[in-house]
Design a protein around this ligand. Structure first.
Ligand code: SF4
Length: 157
């Protein structure tokens, strides 16, 4: 699925894991791909990720869900980017069972999380960063968990 993106845009892409060594390997793989060219899609996580994915899991997901539009933080609704429970399984669909509706998330006042996630600005360009918004007292979602963009920027920049 990443190959489509790399074919359409001049970017390189590396699938990587979460351990320090795996992240470093992913960065190295990206740098090599950018410097020397070649396949823009790299897999630096081969102990878990295979080219064909997990066929059994993919088959089960396809049986239970169908593609649908989905809301994404900072991006809004993207056509066909999500999954919805198929009619045959609607008895297990919480939206149907409990009559749920999910509204588009609204960021707290002044929070630029959506722009940070889109790469439009850096966390430090948010006026709340490091003063009103810190990991111990976060304002927006990007500062909440340690892997959030703003939290990582705060801890490691
Ligand atoms: S999470 Fe905090 S620092 Fe990050 S954009 Fe939102 S308010 Fe700003």
């Amino acid at each position: 699925m990443y190959r489509e993106l790399c074919n359409e845009y001049p970017i390189s892409c590396t699938v990587t894991g979460f351990e320090t060594e795996e992240i470093l390997l992913g960065i190295l793989s990206l740098v090599r791909s950018i410097q020397y060219g070649g396949d823009p899609v790299q897999n630096a996580y081969p102990r878990v990720v295979r080219e064909e994915g997990n066929p059994k899991a993919r088959s089960l997901v396809a049986e239970v869900f169908e593609p649908s539009d989905a809301l994404w933080r900072g991006l809004g609704s993207i056509k066909g980017s999500g999954l919805t429970v198929r009619r045959e399984y609607e008895a297990f669909d919480a939206y149907e069972r409990f009559g749920l509706e999910v509204e588009e998330g609204v960021e707290p006042k002044g929070c630029r999380c959506g722009e940070v996630l889109r790469g439009v600005c850096t966390p430090a360009e948010c006026p709340l960063f490091g003063n009103r918004c810190v990991p111990g007292d976060p304002v927006g979602a990007c500062m909440v968990s340690s892997e959030g963009s703003c939290a990582a920027w705060y801890n490691y920049s």
